[in-house]
Ligand binder design. Structure first.
Ligand code: ADP
Length: 502
């Protein structure tokens, strides 16, 4: 189908939002950027211009950080944990009440299919906020029974307090923009921190829409500041800012390294959720009725623009040809089109740059001798659509199998009988360790293999199971620290030990 042929007009509510003047949210006010520069935002399905958004720079980041610091020292720190819970919960309710508009704006800006936007914002973004709303009242320290050196037993008391770390700079990518914003806000607000959020320059719209909801909900001014801007200017200024206590970053490994370097100035705390090249390992006894849809979606979900995407498919030699053929068939049946069309299973890539990058990898795959099973083409017409692409007979010497493509390209290779460790060693090659999946009916193989895969999370008989309560993050160059769950709160807290000697 020619995706770009469809021209879907935005709803009146979405159009009215797009027509607004889009400013920065600093200290509870919508303000113009100091430089008066702006970012043009485009619809990746049509290449049409959607909106102009104020582009924040260093001066704006300075203003936002001071507003966040003032809020941190002011009214926000006086609120009870119950009050923080209620505000975060109210934000989730407000987002849910505006789900239709939030989802439409997400689709227009990012390109993902509407069903996916609605489902993920409602069942993940809103629930994520609610999950962390609950944590605000459960942050506790310890009492330590032993006495400090030189003090007799029973003559002292030591306890710890878990205090909010302070001002958090949250830098997020374009692949799931609104959800990413909730992922950073939930734990930061639950812990009692204040935030400067910098959305990706490609997709600032839903963060700005969230800003409107944040104002409606009634957070004290300056608790959440939203400054769209380019990475090299606004992002870099936030990462380097001497009065920011922590950076929570999601994005590429390359930029993650820059964040670490920038953060050195004041040794701020950094958590990084970076790239991946996740293996999906299929054993010969696996239930193919689950494997085929599972690995195909695991690879092409969000057009493969997903750090957890299963981009390396390892299949036992006995079923390799069958699995590859069936995955290729299913991938070929995915309907590609604008996210606003109910017939689209996959949307466009985010930009012409990303499309060209992906097609560069496709060319490299062909050159290196990998066998193209399906896809490998762009759709003609407007919009940045690339067909889901499967390469067979790949190996880890090939660039397509080693590097994160961040697009719809799946690399398949076979393995034979023998030691599980040898399969794991192959799956663990490379610089990433974010996610992985094991497909088998044999529970000992499943758990042994899951233990051997060097990744922050491994799924068995599904790929990339996520939930607000399940810790998420990467090993090796896939990141630092864990988000989600109880562990996801820790980076936003610092422990103070207090000792009294009677
Ligand atoms: P992706 O590859 O998904 O585009 P990036 O790592 O390029 O991811 O971008 C993720 C986020 O990091 C975006 O908000 C982007 O603006 C920001 N960013 C890019 N470069 C820098 C930088 N040098 N310093 C801080 N933030 C940056």
């Amino acid at each position: 189908m020619s995706a770009a042929a469809q021209n879907i007009t935005p709803s009146p509510d979405a159009q009215s939002f797009l027509n607004r003047e889009h400013r920065l949210l600093i200290g509870g006010q919508w303000v113009t950027s100091a430089s008066r520069e702006s970012i043009d935002v485009f619809n990746p399905a049509t290449e049409g211009h959607l909106a102009k958004v104020a582009a924040g720079g260093k001066d704006d980041i300075d203003r936002a950080v001071s507003a966040a610091r003032k809020a941190f020292r002011g009214e926000w720190s006086k609120l009870t944990a119950y009050e923080r819970t209620r505000l975060i919960w109210k934000l989730a309710d407000e987002l849910e009440a505006n789900l239709a508009l939030a989802s439409e704006l997400e689709v227009l800006d990012n390109g993902m299919p509407l069903m996916l936007a609605q489902y993920s914002i409602a069942s993940f973004g809103c629930e994520f906020l609610r999950y962390y709303a609950g944590w605000a009242t459960k942050i506790t320290g310890d009492t330590i029974p032993v006495s400090p050196t030189g003090v007799r037993n029973g003559e002292s008391l030591t306890y710890t307090r878990r205090e909010p770390i302070g001002v958090v700079g949250a830098i997020i990518p374009w692949n799931a923009p609104l959800i990413m914003a909730t992922l950073k806000l939930g734990p930061a607000l639950a812990a009692g921190c204040t935030v400067v959020l910098k959305p990706a320059e490609q997709t600032p719209l839903t963060a700005l829409f969230l800003g409107e909801l944040i104002k409606r909900v009634g957070f004290p001014d300056g608790v959440i500041n939203i400054v769209p801007g380019y990475g090299e200017t606004a992002g870099a200024a936030l990462a380097a800012h001497p009065d920011v206590d922590k950076i929570a970053f999601t994005g590429s490994t390359e930029v993650g390294k820059k964040i670490v370097a920038a953060a050195m100035g004041n040794l701020k705390r950094v958590t990084l959720e970076l790239g991946g090249k996740s293996p999906m390992v299929v054993f010969p006894d696996a239930d193919l009725s689950r494997v085929i849809p599972g690995v195909t979606r695991g690879a092409f979900f969000l057009q493969g623009q997903n750090c957890m995407a299963g981009t390396r498919l390892f299949v036992h030699q006995d079923i390799f040809d069958k699995v590859v053929a069936q995955v290729g068939d299913l991938a070929g049946k995915f309907r590609i089109g604008p996210g606003m069309s109910p017939d689209s299973d996959l949307g466009p890539l985010i930009s012409a740059e990303q499309r060209d990058r992906v097609m560069g990898y496709v060319a490299s795959g062909k050159q290196s001798g990998a066998e193209l099973v399906c896809g490998g083409e762009v759709l003609p017409g407007r919009g940045f659509f690339v067909k889901p692409t499967l390469f067979s007979k790949t190996n880890m010497d090939m660039q397509i199998a080693r590097e994160e493509i961040f697009g719809p390209v799946l690399c398949a290779q076979s393995f034979g009988d023998g030691e599980l460790q040898a399969v794991a060693d192959e799956a663990n090659k490379g610089i990433y360790g974010l996610s992985g999946s094991v497909w088998t009916r044999d529970i000992s193989v499943a758990h042994r293999m899951a233990a051997m895969i060097d990744a922050g999370q491994v799924s068995i008989n599904c790929h990339a199971a996520v939930d607000p309560a399940i810790p998420f993050g990467g090993n090796k160059q896939s990141g630092w620290g864990r988000e989600f769950g109880r562990e996801g709160l820790d980076p936003y807290l610092k422990t103070k030990a207090t000792t009294v000697v009677y």
